[in-house]
Design a protein around this ligand. Structure first.
Ligand code: GLA
Length: 376
């Protein structure tokens, strides 16, 4: 592999890592200022980095086309940088927009977070760069602040109107725990998530499907939720209590009702999931996950035949619960399985995919791991 020294002619100052994530429950609730419960994965984006004082941002990705992208920090503007290099450039731009007078850097990026699998490889990339810059420029920003900068980078520079969950999971995840995040005030609590001692595993099924128009569809859903909140005269759908759901639905046009029903019931599922984990009953999560899938499939309508099949096949093979994870329109599903049934469940999902003529799914076990950190 090409070394930092070969690429840039000097040694890096250090190396930073930031993980991808899977979300256990709480989907499409973050931009409604509700609750989510993701875990950080062992797979990370790593950034070896050195500060430059000439205003140049030089970027190389081990997964890229073998070329160094070179940009002038002062000229960065939304819409000017295409492809993967847009994410690191976006973070540098967003830091400057937030009033941090950062300059250039040399960055060598390497990743084992699968891209396009719904595991937040882009948030991991943003958070690795944000963490490196935080140290290289002595910004002293807290993990939550860096997550918000990364989200701003994606919203305003890359142009994807995502919520804050993926960046918060990548920045703030902790080994052996799930991250209970309140997306309104960004308060977090690390909830015990020790599957091994409960004899359980979390299987991640990458369906290898990516649907076109996903970005437009995501933005449309978000706009629908914001319209519903405005019609209800509320700051966000988070402010509809479960007991207020039926009256709220009665005040909305038919097309917005399923969106609101999903968000309100999904926030309740997060509450229930956290209570189960706090009570030391991770197996109890199973039905909560499966109910979450039904809501995403039938109300929010972000599932697709491949994720539905992954969920059905896992459940028929004895999984305690299963659901699509992440924004949807393809990507990955998760299944909660007993350790002894994990291989059988994976084989059953792969066989169902073969029978349906779908591509071979990716199958890995998710272990709740540490968030962004300096590694050297
Ligand atoms: C994507 C977004 C997140 C979140 C999920 C849906 O992953 O980046 O902010 O909205 O979709 O829960």
């Amino acid at each position: 592999m090409t070394t930092f020294h070969e690429l840039f002619g000097h040694a890096p100052t250090g190396e930073w890592a930031a993980p991808g994530r899977v979300n256990l429950i709480g989907e499409h609730t973050d931009y409604n200022l509700g609750f989510v419960l993701p875990i950080a994965l062992p797979q990370t984006v790593r950034a070896r980095a050195r500060r430059r004082d000439d205003g140049r941002l030089r970027l190389y990705s081990a997964q890229g086309d073998g070329r160094v992208a070179e940009l002038a920090v002062a000229d960065l503007a939304p819409g000017t940088v295409a492809g993967w290099a847009g994410y690191p450039a976006a973070v540098v731009w967003a830091l400057r927009q937030a009033g941090h007078p950062v300059g250039g850097a040399d960055l060598l990026l390497d990743s084992d977070v699968p891209t396009g699998a719904g595991l937040s490889s882009s948030a991991a990339l943003e958070c690795a760069v944000a963490s490196a810059y935080n140290d290289l420029y002595g910004l002293g920003l807290a993990a939550q602040d860096l997550a918000v900068v990364a989200q701003q980078a994606e919203n305003r520079f890359v142009g994807v109107p995502c919520g804050v969950m993926d960046q918060m999971a990548s920045m703030c995840g902790r080994a052996g725990t799930a991250l209970h995040l309140d997306a309104r005030d960004l308060s977090i609590r690390h909830v015990p998530f020790d599957l091994a001692s409960a004899g359980l595993r979390l299987l991640v099924i990458d369906t290898r499907t990516r649907h076109d128009l996903a970005d437009g569809a995501y933005a449309a859903l978000r706009a629908g939720c914001e319209r519903a909140a405005a019609l209800l005269d509320l700051p966000a759908l988070r402010d509809v209590p479960p007991s207020g759901l039926d009256p709220a639905l009665g005040r909305l046009p038919a097309e917005l009702r399923p969106l609101v029903r999903h968000v309100v019931t999904e926030n309740e599922r997060v509450r229930r999931a956290v209570a189960l984990l706090d009570a030391g009953d991770p197996a109890g999560l199973g039905p909560v996950l499966t109910a979450g899938h039904a809501s995403l499939r039938d109300d929010y309508r972000v599932s697709c035949p491949e994720t539905d099949l992954a969920v059905e096949a896992a459940l028929s093979a004895g999984a305690l619960g299963a659901r699509m994870t992440g924004g949807g329109f393809g990507g990955s599903a998760i299944a909660l399985v007993a350790v002894g049934a994990a291989d059988e469940t994976a084989a059953a999902v792969a066989a169902a995919f073969r029978r349906a003529g779908y591509p071979e799914p990716g199958l890995v076990h998710a272990i709740a791991s540490a968030g962004a950190r300096r590694v050297s």
